[in-house]
Design a binder for this molecule. Structure first.
Ligand SMILES: NC(=O)C1=CN([C@@H]2O[C@H](COP(=O)(O)OP(=O)(O)OC[C@H]3O[C@@H](n4cnc5c(N)ncnc54)[C@H](O)[C@@H]3O)[C@@H](O)[C@H]2O)C=CC1
Ligand SMILES: O=C(O)CCC(=O)C(=O)O
Length: 411
C-alpha cells in the first residue's frame, strides 16, 4: 500500500501553509496525495487567520504567525499544526493540547545555519568590521588595526548548550577559541569545552557571549542590566535565540557606555509583522552592532530540509496517527494499519475515560486488533485498530465518551 487511506478523501483535507514555507513542503504533501493546499506567502493577522483557518485540518507556520488560544478556538477542524522552524513559542501549546491539536516542529534542520552565522559574526565583530563597513559606505577611510583582533585564543561563552550551542562550540574550537558554556542541565562538553557553574562565571570570562536558549518564562530578560555589567569590558553579545531573552534597552545602555565593544542581534522583543513594516529598535544607531532580520535559520538548505521534515510529520499523523516528536502531544509511533480500520481518540487525561472506552468494545463484542495508549499532561491519546465492519459503530460511541476531545477514523 503506497499511502494508507484516510477517513476523508485526501483532496478534502485542507492544509493552510503560511509565511512562504519552502515549496518542498508542498511537493511532499502533493506526493502523499494531499493537493488541497492553501499557500500564503506572509503571516496573517489574527482576524484574517481566523477566517482562513476555519475549515483547515492542518496549518503550517513559521515564527511570525501567532497561533493564539482564540485562533485555535476558531479552528474546529484543526488536527495538527506544523511549525516550520525550531521555536514553538508562537503557538499557545496549552490551548492546542486542550483542543486535541498536535504540534510539530523541525528541531534540527536549521541549527547548522544559525551556528555558521554566529561564528561569522564573532569574526566580524572582533575585527570591527561592522563599523568599518558602515564608515566606508559613508565615504570614510579608517585603515587601522586598533581594536581589531583575531578570534583565535579568545573565549566563546555559550548560554544554552543544545543543538545550536553545541555546534557553535565545535566550530569555535576549530577556529582556535576556548569554549565555556552554561546550561541549566548538565551536558557532555564537546572537545575541550568546559561547563560553567553559573551564568555569572561565564559572563566574567567570555570575550564573546552567544545566547542559544529557548523562549521561556525563565529566560525572559536572562541578560539584563546586571548580567551586562558582569560581562568583561570590551566583550561582545550575540543573540540569535529569542528577542525576549535580552533587555534591549539595557543592551543599548551598555553599548552607549562602551562597556560592550559591539553586538550581533538577530531577534528582537518586537519584530515587524512583515517585510513592508519598518524595523524599530534602539540599536539602529550603533555602527558596531550587526542587526539582522531574524534570519539565523534562513538559508535555502535549512528551509528546504525543514519543508520536507515538517510536511513528513504532518503526513504521518494524517495517514496513520503517528505523533512521534510532537512537542505537546503524547508520542505514539504506529505500525501501518493494513486490513483494519484505525480509530484515533484524543481525550482529557482523567480517570475513567479508558474504562468507558474499553467498555464499548466489550459490550459490542468488537475484537481489538491493536491498542496503543500514551498520555501527556492534560491529554490522552489512544489508538485502536478494529475490524473494518465495526469502525462506524465504535466511532459513533467513542465520540459520546465523556472527556472526548476529538475522535477520527483512518480506513
Ligand atoms: N534566529 C533564528 O533564526 C533561530 C533561532 N532559534 C532559537 O534558538 C533556540 C535554541 O535552539 P536549539 O539549540 O535548537 O534548542 P535546544 O532545545 O536544543 O537547546 C536549548 C538549550 O538551552 C538550555 N536552557 C534552557 N533554559 C536555560 C537557561 N535558563 N539557562 C541556560 N540554558 C538553558 C536547555 O537545557 C538546552 O540545552 C530555539 O529555541 C529558538 O528560539 C532556532 C533556530 C533559528
Ligand atoms: O525561520 C523562521 O521563521 C524562524 C526561525 C526560528 O527562529 C526558529 O527556528 O526557531
Amino acid at each position: 500500500m503506497a499511502n494508507a487511506q484516510t477517513s476523508l478523501d485526501k483532496a478534502k483535507i485542507k492544509f493552510l501553509l503560511l509565511e512562504g514555507v519552502h515549496q518542498s513542503a508542498v511537493e511532499s504533501l502533493n506526493r502523499a496525495g494531499y493537493t488541497n493546499v492553501d499557500y500564503v506567502k506572509t503571516a496573517l493577522a489574527e482576524e484574517e487567520l481566523i477566517e482562513r483557518i476555519k475549515d483547515a485540518h492542518f496549518v503550517g507556520l513559521r515564527s511570525r504567525t501567532q497561533l493564539t488560544r482564540r485562533v485555535i478556538e476558531h479552528a474546529p477542524k484543526l488536527v495538527a499544526a506544523g511549525c516550520f522552524c525550531i521555536g514553538t513559542n508562537q503557538v499557545d501549546l496549552d490551548a492546542a493540547q486542550e483542543h486535541g491539536v498536535a504540534v510539530f516542529n523541525a528541531p534540527f534542520s536549521n541549527t547548522r545555519s544559525v551556528a555558521e552565522l554566529v561564528i561569522a559574526e564573532a569574526i566580524l565583530l572582533l575585527r570591527g568590521i561592522p563599523a568599518k563597513n558602515a564608515g566606508c559606505h559613508r565615504g570614510e577611510w579608517d585603515k587601522s588595526a586598533v581594536g581589531s583582533y583575531e578570534i583565535r585564543g579568545k573565549t566563546m561563552g555559550i548560554v544554552g548548550y543544545g543543538s545550536i550551542g553545541s555546534q557553535v562550540s565545535v566550530m569555535a574550537e576549530a577556529m582556535g577559541m576556548q569554549v565555556v558554556f552554561f546550561d541549566v542541565v548538565t551536558k557532555l562538553p564537546l572537545g575541550n569545552a568546559v561547563q560553567s557553574k553559573s551564568l555569572t562565571e561565564l559572563l566574567q570570562v567570555a570575550d564573546v557571549v552567544s545566547l542559544h536558549v529557548p523562549e521561556l518564562e525563565a529566560t525572559k530578560n536572562l541578560i539584563g542590566e546586571n548580567e551586562l555589567a558582569a560581562m568583561k569590558p570590551q566583550s561582545f553579545l550575540l543573540n540569535a535565540s529569542r528577542g525576549t531573552v535580552v533587555d534591549i534597552d539595557a543592551l543599548a545602555a551598555a553599548l552607549e557606555s562602551k562597556h560592550l565593544a559591539g553586538a550581533a542581534i538577530d531577534v528582537f522583543p518586537v519584530e515587524p509583522k512583515g517585510n513592508n513594516e519598518e524595523f524599530v529598535s534602539p540599536l539602529r544607531r550603533f555602527d558596531n552592532v550587526i542587526l539582522t532580520p531574524h534570519i539565523g535559520g534562513s538559508t535555502m538548505e535549512a528551509q528546504e530540509n525543514i519543508g520536507y521534515e515538517v510536511a513528513e510529520k504532518l503526513i504521518k499523523y494524517s495517514d496513520n496517527g503517528t505523533t512521534t516528536s510532537s512537542v505537546n502531544f503524547p508520542e505514539v509511533a504506529l505500525p501501518a494499519h493494513r486490513e483494519v480500520h484505525r480509530l484515533l481518540h484524543v481525550h482529557q487525561n482523567v480517570p475513567g475515560v479508558m474504562t468507558a472506552i474499553n467498555r464499548i468494545f466489550s459490550e459490542n463484542n468488537i475484537n481489538i486488533a491493536g491498542q496503543y495508549l500514551q498520555t501527556k499532561e492534560s491529554v490522552g491519546y489512544v489508538v485502536i485498530d478494529v475490524d473494518s465492519a465495526y469502525s462506524d459503530l465504535a466511532l459513533k460511541q467513542l465520540r459520546e465518551v465523556e472527556g472526548t476531545v476529538r475522535c477520527r477514523v483512518l480506513f
